[in-house]
Design a protein around this ligand. Structure first.
Ligand SMILES: [Zn+2]
Length: 260
């Protein structure tokens, strides 16, 4: 699992011996960097692309990528967006003949021999009246690789977390991708007490003007027992799972090669 350093924009690569998945596609400018990253890892085809929600920092790179690499299936939250970018995303998927499916809680998708992705959120009837309904209806995925659990939350904020808690009591995961660039209203204590992550990953640009991640959020994550990793500090963050345990490795994290 790779979190490329794309500034504030987000994309997550899941790669196994026989499959590859991309969860979000960064912003429009991120397309070439993501494509390079995929090719560098020997990925020539994406079995699945998930767009967690229709904001430009998560979907922008999709048209560039989908025109240059085969995509087996596109899944998205179905949250409506009138933006020109969203129209381009949908038009590109149609033109490239990529089947599209709306992600609804309860679905599980197997990708290759060793990966399964369960959609935990959103429900068919979207949450409304929140600070950002687009964020709070993000596709939330529980990724399973053997016994390893990874929770990817898009830009879910606390209103979405509370709704998800009512629906899915079992949220335990070794790795949590923290919602919404680690802003103050992401990863609330009730949510963290259910997830109990060993590792928490925040995607946020170095020296960004939003003050992401919030110091309070980082403190909550640490109090919950997580080691916090942020792309703005570490650069690209990479994890390796053998199906029993998962651990980050990179030179900057100084995890000795022998213990990988
Ligand atoms: Zn967003």
């Amino acid at each position: 699992m790779v979190f490329p350093d794309l500034g504030q924009a987000e994309a997550i690569i899941l790669q196994t011996v026989d499959a590859a998945v991309l969860v979000d596609c960064g912003e429009t400018d991120s397309g070439p960097a993501i494509l390079r990253e995929l090719r560098r890892r020997g990925i020539e085809r994406l079995d699945l692309v998930v767009l967690t929600h229709p904001h430009a920092d998560h979907t922008g790179g999709f048209p560039y990528l989908a025109e240059r690499m085969p995509v087996g299936l596109l899944m998205d939250s179905g949250f409506p967006s009138e933006s020109a970018l969203q129209a381009k995303v949908m038009q590109t998927a149609r033109r490239q003949g990529i089947p599209r499916r709306r992600a609804v809680a309860g679905q599980t998708i197997r990708v290759g021999d060793s990966l399964s992705l369960s959609v935990l959120w959103p429900e068919r009837r979207h949450l409304t009246g929140t600070e950002s309904d687009a964020n709070n209806n993000s596709v939330v995925l529980m990724v399973r690789h053997g016994a390893v659990h990874i929770l990817l939350t898009g830009d879910l904020q606390q209103e979405g977390e509370f709704a998800l808690l009512r629906r899915s009591p079992d949220l335990r995961a070794e790795v949590l991708k923290v919602g919404h660039q680690g802003s103050a209203d992401a990863a609330g204590t009730p949510f963290l007490s259910k997830v109990r992550p060993r590792w928490a990953v925040i995607v946020a640009g170095r020296g960004n003007s939003y003050g992401h991640p919030s110091a309070r959020t980082v403190e909550r994550l640490r109090s919950a027992g997580a080691t916090v990793l942020c792309t703005g500090l570490e650069g690209e963050i990479e994890f390796e799972s053998d199906g029993r345990t998962i651990r980050p490795f990179s030179e900057r994290l100084a995890v000795p090669a022998a213990s990988r």
